[in-house]
Design a protein around this ligand. Structure first.
Ligand code: ZN
Length: 448
């Protein structure tokens, strides 16, 4: 059956080398928001980059006065300035810090206002797809070269169409993966719980009850192009009419979801706030826990033992704690975030100390794209070193995606997804909000 590598296959594009899985190169000469030029067959361009320091995503320390040699879409050499052959184009970044492209493990490009459930009722999928395309392009310009979508506010798989249009070279955009929908119980975070009973709108999530409906939902997700399965295992903060302290799916439903996903070699991500929901999801075999707000010691230990990744989405709560929201739907989120902020940060700190593998994420797309990188600062505040936080948003995330054979570090053989910031993010982690150069698959899409 289908899985990411096999579905898209290894195929030769008219303008370039074979492309692995759904992790595709951009068309040449495409500008942000603009259609690509007609495919040509240029020889792979060799390009050098010089920087003040290189954070490669693996090492504990940066490499000072470093150089990276890129050929076509890939990195071919990393070292000192002497590795660059004479006569090639060199981008000299001066004192800037060069890093792997950032990976956002929890991005909702289709959710762009504080009232996403109302937006779902008033906006068509086509309109949301256009807004979503703009949002992922803005994310790319802010340094995010890969996004995982954890289900989005959509009915007709618009995130998969955005990915298709980018992968076909129609538009410049980041590498995308993820789920079309979040799968929810009736009355859960993916249902519309503020509508009169005689109305029957299509919910923003896939609403299922029982083992067989779960199996069918997973198969539907696979059929229409999801390469992750997303489960709303507990209630949520931002949706109306449900409670994040409640566990929604039964262990049997979780088990069948993971089993069915596994048949398609597809990993499962579990939205889970309540400790019991986190533990049930881990025991069922999910790969990532989203949020983890009320995790206890047992949940943390289980994550360590089973190698489960935590995607804590800390900043989105902080953003709304600071600013509040005019939207009645967001009031629950604002109140809960304020109430549990300190406790959650302490728990993330414990997870960091225990050695849980943690990834960077943005969650709700209602704020400007440069603020997505605030999550790095939130993780540092919770106890990570700046270097650990950068690795959480690059190498560790690539491992969680199972794409560490192609992205996540600056190493020979990897795709040339690179970003630079003017200063030193090891001294001021907020530098990550000031990305000045972005290269994806060897193409510079932003430069100072
Ligand atoms: Zn989310």
């Amino acid at each position: 059956m289908k899985q990411p590598g096999r579905r898209e296959g290894r195929r030769r594009r008219p303008w370039g080398p074979p492309i692995l899985g759904i992790c595709l190169a951009l068309a040449p000469n495409a500008g942000p928001g603009g259609a690509a030029a007609a495919p040509a067959t240029p020889a792979p361009v060799r390009r050098g980059i010089l920087c003040g320091q290189l954070i490669d995503g693996r090492g504990d320390r940066p490499l000072k006065k470093a150089a990276v040699l890129v050929e076509g879409e890939r990195i071919v050499k990393v070292g000192g300035p002497d590795i660059l052959p004479k006569g090639i184009e060199v981008i000299d970044l001066g004192g800037a810090t060069l890093m792997p492209g950032l990976i956002d493990m929890h991005s909702h490009p289709l959710q762009s206002t504080d009232s996403y459930q109302v937006d779902h009722l008033r906006w068509s999928s086509a309109y949301k797809a256009l807004k979503g395309l703009k949002a992922v392009q803005d994310d790319l310009m802010a340094g995010w070269t890969t996004l995982r979508i954890p289900g989005d506010d959509d009915v007709f798989y618009a995130p998969m169409d955005i990915r298709k249009a980018i992968n076909e070279g129609m538009f410049v955009g980041p590498r995308l993966c993820g789920a079309g929908h979040y799968i929810s119980i009736t009355g859960g975070g993916g249902d519309m719980n503020f509508i009169a009973p005689e109305q029957h709108p299509i919910a923003d999530g896939l609403v299922v009850d029982g083992v067989e409906e779960m199996r069918k939902a997973v198969r539907q997700e696979v059929k229409y192009g999801s390469d992750w399965i997303k489960l709303l295992v507990t209630g949520a903060f931002m949706s109306t009419g449900d409670n994040p302290a409640d566990v929604h799916f039964s262990p049997e439903e979780l088990k069948v979801a993971v089993e069915e996903a596994g048949r398609h070699n597809m990993p499962v991500m579990a939205h889970a706030h309540a400790a019991e929901g986190i533990k049930q999801a881990i025991r069922a075999g999910v790969r990532t826990i989203e949020h983890g707000t009320f995790m206890d010691k047992e949940a943390i230990d289980l994550m360590v033992q089973r190698g489960v990744y935590l995607v804590p989405t800390m900043y989105v709560g902080e953003y709304y704690e600071e600013r509040g929201s005019d939207s009645p739907e967001m009031q629950k989120n604002v109140e809960l975030s304020r109430k549990y902020h300190a406790e959650f940060e302490r728990r993330v700190g414990e997870a960091i100390k225990a050695g849980v593998k943690i990834c960077v994420d943005s969650d709700f797309g209602g704020f400007p794209p440069e603020l997505n990188a605030h999550e790095f600062a939130s993780l540092v505040h919770a106890g990570m070193t700046p270097m650990q936080a950068i690795q959480a948003g690059t190498r560790v995330a690539s491992e969680a995606l199972r794409w560490d054979d192609r992205i996540g570090t600056v190493e020979a053989g990897k795709l040339a997804d690179l970003v630079a910031v003017p200063g030193d993010p090891l001294k001021d982690i907020a530098e990550l909000q000031r990305v000045s150069i972005v290269m994806i698959g060897g193409k510079v899409v932003k430069r100072p």
